[in-house]
Design a protein around this ligand. Structure first.
Ligand code: AMP
Length: 114
Protein backbone atom coordinates (compact mmCIF):
# COMPACT_ATOMS: atom_id res chain seq x y z
CA UNK A 1 0.00 0.00 0.00
CA UNK A 2 1.15 3.51 -0.77
CA UNK A 3 -0.13 6.29 1.50
CA UNK A 4 -0.89 8.89 -1.16
CA UNK A 5 -1.82 6.68 -4.11
CA UNK A 6 -5.38 7.36 -5.32
CA UNK A 7 -6.16 3.74 -6.19
CA UNK A 8 -4.64 2.47 -2.91
CA UNK A 9 -7.02 4.84 -1.11
CA UNK A 10 -9.94 3.54 -3.17
CA UNK A 11 -8.87 -0.06 -2.44
CA UNK A 12 -8.82 0.80 1.28
CA UNK A 13 -12.40 2.07 1.00
CA UNK A 14 -11.50 5.68 1.83
CA UNK A 15 -13.94 7.13 -0.74
CA UNK A 16 -16.85 4.69 -0.27
CA UNK A 17 -16.42 3.70 -3.92
CA UNK A 18 -18.89 1.00 -4.96
CA UNK A 19 -16.97 -2.18 -5.79
CA UNK A 20 -18.43 -4.35 -8.54
CA UNK A 21 -16.24 -7.23 -7.47
CA UNK A 22 -13.90 -7.50 -4.51
CA UNK A 23 -11.64 -10.30 -3.34
CA UNK A 24 -8.73 -10.43 -0.90
CA UNK A 25 -6.37 -9.24 -3.65
CA UNK A 26 -8.52 -7.50 -6.28
CA UNK A 27 -10.99 -4.60 -6.43
CA UNK A 28 -13.01 -3.21 -9.32
CA UNK A 29 -15.12 -0.12 -9.76
CA UNK A 30 -16.55 2.05 -12.54
CA UNK A 31 -14.28 4.60 -14.18
CA UNK A 32 -15.20 8.15 -13.15
CA UNK A 33 -14.87 9.33 -16.79
CA UNK A 34 -16.33 6.46 -18.85
CA UNK A 35 -15.21 6.05 -22.46
CA UNK A 36 -17.81 3.41 -23.30
CA UNK A 37 -21.18 2.27 -21.88
CA UNK A 38 -19.21 -0.19 -19.73
CA UNK A 39 -15.92 1.16 -18.43
CA UNK A 40 -14.65 -0.66 -15.37
CA UNK A 41 -11.24 -0.54 -13.70
CA UNK A 42 -9.82 -3.71 -12.17
CA UNK A 43 -6.90 -3.22 -9.79
CA UNK A 44 -4.68 -5.22 -7.49
CA UNK A 45 -5.02 -4.06 -3.87
CA UNK A 46 -1.23 -4.35 -3.67
CA UNK A 47 0.48 -1.20 -4.88
CA UNK A 48 2.19 -1.98 -8.20
CA UNK A 49 3.04 1.15 -10.14
CA UNK A 50 2.54 -0.27 -13.65
CA UNK A 51 2.85 -3.35 -15.80
CA UNK A 52 6.53 -2.44 -16.13
CA UNK A 53 6.95 -2.90 -12.38
CA UNK A 54 5.66 -6.48 -12.16
CA UNK A 55 7.79 -9.01 -10.30
CA UNK A 56 7.84 -12.79 -10.77
CA UNK A 57 5.92 -13.12 -7.47
CA UNK A 58 2.97 -11.25 -9.07
CA UNK A 59 2.27 -14.04 -11.56
CA UNK A 60 -0.70 -15.50 -9.65
CA UNK A 61 -2.11 -12.05 -8.93
CA UNK A 62 -2.11 -11.22 -12.66
CA UNK A 63 -4.11 -14.37 -13.31
CA UNK A 64 -6.63 -13.32 -10.65
CA UNK A 65 -6.97 -9.89 -12.25
CA UNK A 66 -7.67 -11.30 -15.71
CA UNK A 67 -10.17 -13.82 -14.35
CA UNK A 68 -11.90 -10.92 -12.58
CA UNK A 69 -12.03 -9.03 -15.89
CA UNK A 70 -13.63 -12.05 -17.56
CA UNK A 71 -16.20 -12.42 -14.76
CA UNK A 72 -17.04 -8.70 -14.87
CA UNK A 73 -17.50 -8.81 -18.65
CA UNK A 74 -19.97 -11.66 -18.21
CA UNK A 75 -21.68 -9.81 -15.34
CA UNK A 76 -22.07 -6.75 -17.60
CA UNK A 77 -23.53 -8.91 -20.39
CA UNK A 78 -20.80 -8.03 -22.90
CA UNK A 79 -21.69 -10.96 -25.17
CA UNK A 80 -20.50 -9.26 -28.36
CA UNK A 81 -17.00 -8.63 -27.04
CA UNK A 82 -15.00 -6.05 -25.18
CA UNK A 83 -11.53 -4.56 -24.89
CA UNK A 84 -9.01 -4.78 -22.06
CA UNK A 85 -6.42 -1.99 -21.90
CA UNK A 86 -3.41 -1.50 -19.64
CA UNK A 87 -1.93 1.93 -20.30
CA UNK A 88 1.69 1.80 -19.21
CA UNK A 89 4.01 4.72 -18.57
CA UNK A 90 4.02 8.15 -20.16
CA UNK A 91 3.86 7.12 -23.80
CA UNK A 92 1.23 4.52 -22.93
CA UNK A 93 -1.01 7.29 -21.58
CA UNK A 94 -1.01 6.08 -17.96
CA UNK A 95 -2.30 8.84 -15.67
CA UNK A 96 -2.66 6.95 -12.36
CA UNK A 97 0.48 5.25 -11.07
CA UNK A 98 -1.19 2.10 -9.77
CA UNK A 99 -1.60 -0.83 -12.16
CA UNK A 100 -5.13 -1.13 -13.54
CA UNK A 101 -6.95 -2.96 -16.29
CA UNK A 102 -9.59 -0.99 -18.19
CA UNK A 103 -12.56 -3.13 -19.25
CA UNK A 104 -14.38 -1.34 -22.06
CA UNK A 105 -17.50 -2.53 -23.84
CA UNK A 106 -21.09 -1.94 -24.78
CA UNK A 107 -20.30 -0.36 -28.16
CA UNK A 108 -18.18 -1.21 -31.20
CA UNK A 109 -14.69 0.07 -30.40
CA UNK A 110 -12.40 1.55 -33.02
CA UNK A 111 -8.95 0.27 -33.96
CA UNK A 112 -6.21 1.41 -33.91
CA UNK A 113 -6.41 3.53 -30.76
CA UNK A 114 -4.84 6.99 -30.94
P1 AMP B 1 -5.00 5.67 -17.02
O1 AMP B 1 -5.09 6.96 -17.77
O2 AMP B 1 -4.86 4.45 -17.88
O3 AMP B 1 -3.96 5.73 -15.92
O4 AMP B 1 -6.40 5.46 -16.33
C1 AMP B 1 -6.76 6.08 -15.14
C2 AMP B 1 -8.25 6.09 -15.11
O5 AMP B 1 -8.67 6.34 -13.80
C3 AMP B 1 -8.90 7.14 -16.00
O6 AMP B 1 -9.72 6.51 -16.98
C4 AMP B 1 -9.69 7.99 -15.03
O7 AMP B 1 -10.92 8.42 -15.55
C5 AMP B 1 -9.88 7.04 -13.87
N1 AMP B 1 -10.08 7.66 -12.57
C6 AMP B 1 -9.36 8.67 -12.01
N2 AMP B 1 -9.82 8.93 -10.78
C7 AMP B 1 -10.83 8.06 -10.54
C8 AMP B 1 -11.71 7.84 -9.45
N3 AMP B 1 -11.64 8.56 -8.31
N4 AMP B 1 -12.65 6.87 -9.55
C9 AMP B 1 -12.74 6.15 -10.67
N5 AMP B 1 -11.94 6.30 -11.74
C10 AMP B 1 -11.00 7.25 -11.68
Amino acid sequence: MSADCLFCKIARGEFSTEFLLETEHVASFRDINPQAPTHILVIPKKHIESLAHLEAEDQGLMGELLLAVKDLAAQEGLRDGYRVVVNTGRDGGQSVGHLHFHLLGGRALQWPPG
